[in-house]
Design a protein around this ligand. Structure first.
Ligand code: NAD
Length: 307
């Protein structure tokens, strides 16, 4: 069997199109232009690239983008003051503080200071708690992207036996809550899980978020299962000094021989994250204005029928 490739780039572009349509309709019909503030502290090159892409995507989708770049030496109190100002600013509907922050700043304190209603990254304990309680919440972007990708293969996740490998607060745990909300039967595996290959081989849906390149092998995959690979590790290309490539948590070539569908790395989960951030910004703007909240979690029927 050769797995169908789940094309995250195309699915993310389709989602971005739906989000941009919703943003344009809000501006035209209700004079509401969703706004996203991104705060970048220091000059981490990877963070600079992420922030640049987020700004471009926000503006390209008809929303307002507010960039705040602060030196790595900024104090925690000054950063908290900025977050407080953005919390009160009515044209800012979403606030994202790019992680990692410098070591002298307590990231949890900063994330907890963001108004939960503007927490488009979905990292605030209130949003995680609301997710756990099954209440409407802003959910983290990467897990949301995984759900949308899974739904391109399984329009309903109800009753699916799913395993999530990894229990981080930003991927594994919120993803498990989202999957429970979709009525899947969820196993969350982690570094202390015993017999992981056997546990994994029972699953109809495998989501790997570990951060270990090519960790999940072919023998762990039930024939026909859907595999979603969140992991991203940059590795040097053997024999090509200075060159590197991105590798996922799944041994892609061999897993594709048994899986029914699989995401590639790059081009799978990665592109979904920014599209989900834009979706959360539109949702946050609607929530704050008391307008109906659009549901972007279902892929369009075009994406579902794609083979
Ligand atoms: P993390 O380091 O916070 O968590 C890793 C998890 O893997 C932990 O819960 C740990 O228990 C589990 N783990 C470690 N070793 C294991 C083992 N031997 N067996 C089973 N489980 C094991 O990582 P994270 O932030 O959740 O990210 C995971 C991966 O996903 C990374 O490669 C990261 O770069 C990637 N990521 C991608 C995106 C994206 O595509 N947009 C977003 C976030 C994270």
């Amino acid at each position: 069997m050769t797995a169908r490739i789940i094309d995250g780039k195309t699915i993310a572009a389709e989602l971005r199109g739906r989000v941009a349509d919703a943003a344009h309709r809000l501006a035209r019909d209700r004079a509401l232009v969703p706004g996203l503030a991104v705060v970048l502290v220091g000059s981490n090159p990877a963070s600079e690239v992420y922030v640049g892409s987020k700004t471009k995507a926000t503006v390209g989708s008809g929303m307002r983008s507010f960039d705040h770049r602060l030196p790595a030496t900024v104090g925690e109190a000054d950063l908290l003051t900025l977050v407080g100002r953005l919390n009160r600013d009515p044209v800012v509907h979403g606030i994202l503080v790019q992680l990692p922050l410098p070591a002298h700043i307590d990231s949890q304190k900063i994330l907890a200071a963001i108004d939960p209603a503007k927490d488009v990254d979905g990292f605030h304990p209130v949003n995680l708690g609301r997710l756990a309680a099954g209440l409407p919440a802003l959910a983290p972007c990467t897990p949301l992207g995984c759900i949308i990708l899974a739904k391109t293969v399984h329009p309903s996740l109800e009753g699916l036996d799913a395993i999530i490998i990894g229990r981080s607060n930003i991927v594994g745990k919120p993803l498990a809550l989202l999957m429970l909300g979709e009525n899947a039967t969820v196993t969350v595996a982690h570094s202390k899980t015993e017999n992981l290959p056997e546990v994994c081989a029972r699953a109809d849906l495998v989501i790997a978020a570990v951060g270990r390149p090519e960790f999940v092998r072919k023998s762990w995959i039930k024939p026909g299962a859907t595999v979603i690979d969140v992991g991203i590790t940059r590795l040097p290309v053997p024999g090509e000094p200075g060159k590197s490539k991105l590798v996922g948590d799944v041994a892609f070539a061999e897993a594709a021989e048994v899986a029914g569908a699989i995401t590639p790395v790059p081009g799978g989960v990665g592109p979904m994250t920014i599209s989900c951030l834009l979706a959360n910004t539109v949702r946050a703007a609607c929530m704050q204005a008391g307008f109906p909240i659009p549901d972007f979690s279902k892929p369009s029927s075009d994406e579902r029928s794609r083979d």
